[in-house]
Design a binder for this molecule. Structure first.
Ligand code: NAP
Length: 308
């Protein structure tokens, strides 16, 4: 059993920013990365709204944050947390596949994961035409036809990215208007490779080894059609990664961790930051800000409990 002042769970902007602040406060934090270092921003192609950068690639932004956290003394364990026990108060038990920690304070920054459509064929064709990451898989769709499902900023931003490879990108959205912001809508409208299939929900993904077609239903008319395509990229939002903490931390009805203004959870000494506790803003910069808040709160809480 290894004793730690502060364990940070998660390596997205919230966790890495918490690490920078906690390390600068001399807490020598341990950050447990999870199995996807950097979280969602690390699989985002271009980030144009992170202050200080006109444009930066998601992986590059992640690497800068990681290096900054390390420079100030953060230690990283590339591993997944398999179990926590917050029920007996501080020190808290945090277990990974290879280690057990007793942490005086914990910051939960486990982020959110891509939602799935939940339709027949979806799971069967993941990696064979169904994808949740344009940055990871776009390259495989050079001169191919792809569908993008969703009507938010992610659908348009990632759809625009896919036009670098694909011959045609059709945005399939269940309403007749998009939720995405004006800038992205204008850019998409100016891109000849982008087309829209509105008022439409996918009902099934079919193929033979790889995706070949989808069954799509017009929600207004009830009509069903088959669309030939090589790929289906799904960008329909995210759910918070809170399964580990169920029954231990208070959550809302959507399973987001409930925090107060100090990023304090229902358990004193356990803080949370980023999308795991934010159903509203969900931006890299707001997550980073919440990570900063959680680290400052953890530092004060630890000082009040005798850890300098
Ligand atoms: P989002 O804003 O929640 O949009 C999700 C989209 O998926 C909505 O259009 C929704 O339809 C649709 N949808 C949800 N469930 C569905 C289902 N089961 N079947 C079909 N469609 C479904 O999610 P997001 O686009 O990932 O964005 C998340 C946050 O990140 C937002 O705050 C966004 O502003 C931000 N973001 C910003 C940028 C940027 O600024 N450049 C880029 C990416 C993301 P309805 O519209 O009908 O609900």
């Amino acid at each position: 059993m290894v004793e730690e002042n502060l364990v940070i769970i998660g390596s997205g902007p919230a966790g890495l920013t918490a690490a920078i602040y906690a390390a600068r406060a001399n807490l020598k934090p341990l950050l447990i990365t999870g199995n996807e270092f950097g979280g969602q921003i690390a699989i985002t192609n271009e980030v144009e709204n992170y202050p200080g950068f006109d444009s930066i690639l998601g992986p590059d932004l992640t690497e800068k944050m990681r290096a900054q956290a390390e420079r100030f003394g953060t230690r990283f364990e590339i591993n997944e947390v398999t179990e926590v026990d917050f029920t007996h108060g501080s020190p808290f038990l945090v277990k990974t596949y290879s280690e057990e920690y007793r942490a005086k304070a914990v910051i939960v920054a486990t982020g959110a994961s891509a939602k799935r459509l939940g339709i027949p064929g979806e799971n069967d064709f993941i990696g064979r035409g169904v994808s949740y990451c344009a940055t990871c898989d776009g390259f495989f769709f050079r001169n191919k036809d792809v569908l993008v499902v969703g009507g938010g900023d992610s659908a348009l931003q990632e759809g625009l990215f896919l036009t670098k490879f694909a011959s045609r990108v059709r945005i399939v959205h269940r309403r007749d208007s998009l939720r995405a912001g004006e800038l992205l809508k204008t850019r998409a409208a100016a891109n000849e490779k982008i087309a829209y299939v509105l008022d439409t929900a996918l009902e099934e993904i079919r193929g033979n080894g790889a995706v070949k077609e989808v069954v799509a239903k017009n929600i207004k008319t009830g009509e069903t059609q088959t669309l030939d395509t090589d790929g289906v990229f799904v960008f329909i939002g995210h759910y918070p990664n809170t399964q580990l903490f169920e029954g231990q931390l208070a959550m809302d009805e959507q399973k987001f961790i409930i925090t107060d203004q100090l990023r304090q959870t229902s358990v004193p000494g356990v803080f949370a930051a980023g999308e795991v506790q934010d159903p509203i803003f969900k931006q890299a910069v707001s997550s980073a800000g919440q990570g900063c808040e959680a680290a400052i709160s953890a530092e004060r809480w630890l000082a009040a409990h005798g850890v300098k």
